[in-house]
Design a binder for this molecule. Structure first.
Ligand SMILES: [Zn+2]
Ligand SMILES: [Zn+2]
Length: 247
């Protein structure tokens, strides 16, 4: 730890971003990386494990089954090649993502970015040479929130994964309602034609990693993937920090 960091920690002792207890002794640490969570809170994150759908990553309730295609993917293949998230969107990780997004605790980007990066490293065998794109916000939303949470995660992850970061080519051209609270078919319609690719040549023949903070139905990521594939992207892999169990 640098002297400067040590000094700052003495003046503003770091607290767990979930339970707000001081992190003197119980700070969660993984692979040398100190996280802004205490060990008990971090321990409570629900990791997603098999059996799951190999395409959309939806976890199944039964613990004995092997991975198999879910009903949705059997009926209609998504445009993306695969989507995964390390955690279920509930409990501690949900609280942390809320802090990150709505309480503007953007310093959480390091802890959350680290978790996303280590997961993506394990999941995708080869990431060098790929192009990383965060799901863009509409300019109006960006003005309201001041930052794009997915871009902060991607900015942390890209150099560690050896991917090129492009956060300008994919644009959100329609201001959409939040997906939460909408019915299944409304969600699909809501994001339909919401994105546009400014310069299609940048994705031609490339493998793309799309990054989002949370995914529910996967409709937003799928709509981005549709635009990318239409422009000639080779494979599109989606990674989010957390996902809902059903979508
Ligand atoms: Zn805690
Ligand atoms: Zn599926």
């Amino acid at each position: 730890m640098s002297i400067f960091r040590h000094f700052i920690d003495l003046i503003y002792p770091p607290r767990c971003s979930i339970c707000e207890k001081f992190l003197w002794k119980n700070r969660a640490k993984r692979d040398q990386q100190e996280l802004l969570f205490c060990e008990p809170c971090f321990h409570g994150f629900s990791e997603i494990t098999s059996p799951l759908c190999p395409i959309c990553g939806r976890p199944f309730v039964s613990e004995v089954d092997e991975d198999h295609l879910c009903e949705n993917c059997l009926r209609k293949r998504p445009y993306y090649d695969a989507m995964r998230a390390p955690y279920l969107y509930e409990g501690g990780i949900m609280a942390a993502i809320h802090q990150f997004k709505y309480a503007r605790k953007s310093h959480l980007a390091n802890s959350l970015g680290f978790l996303l990066t280590s997961f993506a490293k394990k999941w995708l065998d080869k990431t060098d040479g790929t192009l990383m794109m965060p799901v863009p916000l509409h300019p109006r939303k960006l003005r309201e929130r001041n930052f794009n949470q997915s871009l902060l995660l991607a900015r942390y992850a890209a150099p560690l994964l050896g991917t090129e970061l492009d956060f300008l080519s994919l644009k959100r051209i329609r201001y959409t309602q939040p997906q939460t609270g909408l019915k299944k078919d409304q969600r699909r319609k809501n994001v339909r034609k919401a994105f546009d690719l400014k310069n299609p040549d940048v994705v031609k023949g490339r493998d793309i990693i799309l990054v989002d903070d949370v995914t529910t139905t996967g409709n937003t990521l799928n709509e981005c993937a549709r635009v990318l594939k239409k422009s000639g992207a080779k494979n599109v892999f989606c990674v989010a920090l957390a996902r809902t169990a059903v979508g």
